[in-house]
Design a protein around this ligand. Structure first.
Ligand code: ZN
Length: 467
């Protein structure tokens, strides 16, 4: 018996040693690779930073050689859209509350109402790598070659599991088409007085960081192209999406050529206190703000802006997530209110002959949000059901049951909150969980964070629903 044990122990030690050595080698070569790469990068960045003019010249040349600015015949109206804007990815795009096919539906409605003929819409080109390098670094663009990074930016975790070529085709290509549209919109606005890109408005993305469903900084790019190609030197961004436009705020932090008027709900994503410092005119609209209160604040804000800055171009980020019932925006502006808001901004620019670019930016619907919640809930239940089946002892089974009850409670409460429906009776809610009392469940904080992130962190603004 003894020699066998010794032999197997020896074998075990050997394999452990091999494993440790292999692991250490991988780690060491990884660290070495990163060190060499950082050395290369720092040497190249120090030489490039020594000459800001070189960077400016490269940027200028890229802008001058772009294909995104092309001549548009007068038969076309200044509305930019392509069916390639819409994101469809085997249905998993529905796992994010953002409505990723709203752009197509907008044009469909306009078409059905006879307001807009399909043939008159301007189709933009896709922003190429060279176009994007005008603002983004190569390192940032390369980071999008990793599906997990894109999954983090668009907040749809299953995307991390797909090969990058599929993510490029189904997610990043539609985004790049929309970027092309935003850039072209400034040229069209200068020629026609106004232009609408039925897409774009990715105001959470800055030159070096994406987030909140925004992978490219289209507003920053559009403004830099306008500086060089349209002979414009003063731009006003009017950001009326419910969320703070932290991306363009960081990009134009100390650039006096750009004035930012940001009217947003401070109680929701992104809580970017650094970017907040760079807003020239900040107007806070707290959760629950009604149409009348909103319009009063907007009138006052536009009046102030009129006297503070004299722009040659207005970029209007017109997110409709201020709509009553939008689970992310948390404001209570009526559908008519949205139209009045847009009209006010158009009047602000048109009455002073300032070209205006409108971008559609964010919007979600409660119905869609519910399907997102339901899908999430079902997927978690499937996983838990699997764990439950495989749980070996009673204690484990009990634990799995408690976690699934806790998740169920989160779903019930969030559904009730965002759809303004009363919670069902407790007995109805927990009947299927063998009458266990949900309030007795204690889920450790780290577990709560894991379960929340990234599905719920932005949606619930960090609120914890457990009592
Ligand atoms: Zn928004």
């Amino acid at each position: 018996m003894l020699p066998i044990i010794t032999e197997s122990t020896r074998n075990l030690c050997k394999s452990t040693l091999y494993l440790v050595l292999t692991f250490a080698t991988i780690k060491l070569s990884g660290s070495l690779y990163r060190y060499i790469r950082s050395l290369k990068m720092s040497s190249s960045s120090s030489s490039s930073s020594s000459s800001t003019t070189d960077t400016e010249t490269t940027r200028r040349n890229r802008i001058l050689s772009t294909k995104l600015y092309f001549d548009i015949p007068s038969s076309k109206v200044p509305v930019i859209y392509s069916s390639a804007y819409n994101i469809s990815f085997l249905g998993i795009e529905k796992l994010h509350p953002f409505d990723s096919s709203k752009w197509g539906r907008i044009c469909q409605f306009l078409n059905l109402d006879g307001v807009l003929d399909k043939k008159c819409i301007v189709e933009p080109l896709e922003a190429s790598k060279e176009d994007l390098l005008v603002v983004h670094s190569k390192t940032y663009l390369d980071s999008l070659k990793s599906s997990p990074n894109v999954a983090m930016i668009i907040e749809v975790p299953p995307v991390a599991l797909f090969p990058n070529f599929l993510v490029q085709k189904n997610v990043l290509y539609p985004f790049r088409k929309q970027v092309g549209g935003t850039i072209l919109a400034a040229k069209l606005a200068k020629e026609r007085g106004w232009a609408i890109n039925v897409g774009g408005g990715f105001h959470h993305c800055s030159a070096d960081k994406g987030g909140g469903f925004c992978a490219y900084a289209d507003i920053t790019l559009c403004i830099h192209y306008a500086f060089v190609r349209l002979n414009i030197s003063r731009v006003m961004i009017i950001d009326l999406d419910a969320h703070q436009g932290n991306g363009h705020e960081k990009d134009f932090a100390n650039d006096r050529r750009v004035y930012t008027l940001d009217m947003y709900n401070p109680g929701i994503y992104p809580f970017d206190y650094e970017a907040k410092r760079y807003i020239d005119q900040e107007v806070k609209v707290v959760s629950g703000t009604t149409t009348d209160e909103y319009m009063k604040k907007l009138d006052e804000a536009l009046e102030v802006a009129k006297h503070k800055f004299d722009p040659e171009l207005v970029i209007y980020n017109a997110g409709t997530d201020i709509l009553d019932g939008d689970p992310l925006g948390m404001l209570k502006v009526s559908p008519d209110g949205i139209a009045i808001r847009d009209e006010k901004v158009f009047n602000f620019a048109r009455s002073r002959n300032i070209p205006l670019v409108m971008l559609t930016s964010g919007a979600v619907t409660p119905k869609l949000f519910f399907s997102f919640d339901l899908l999430y809930f079902l997927s978690v239940l499937c996983q838990l059901g699997f764990c439950h089946k495989n749980a070996k002892d009673t204690e484990n089974r009990e634990h799995v049951l408690l976690v699934s009850m806790w998740l169920y409670e989160v779903q019930c409460q969030s559904y009730s909150k965002f759809n303004n429906k009363p919670l069902k009776k407790k007995s109805d809610r927990y009947g299927k969980f063998q009458g266990k009392d949900i309030t007795a469940i204690q889920v450790p904080f780290p577990v709560q964070r894991v379960l929340y992130f990234p599905w719920h962190s932005s949606v619930y603004s960090g609120e914890v629903y457990m009592n």
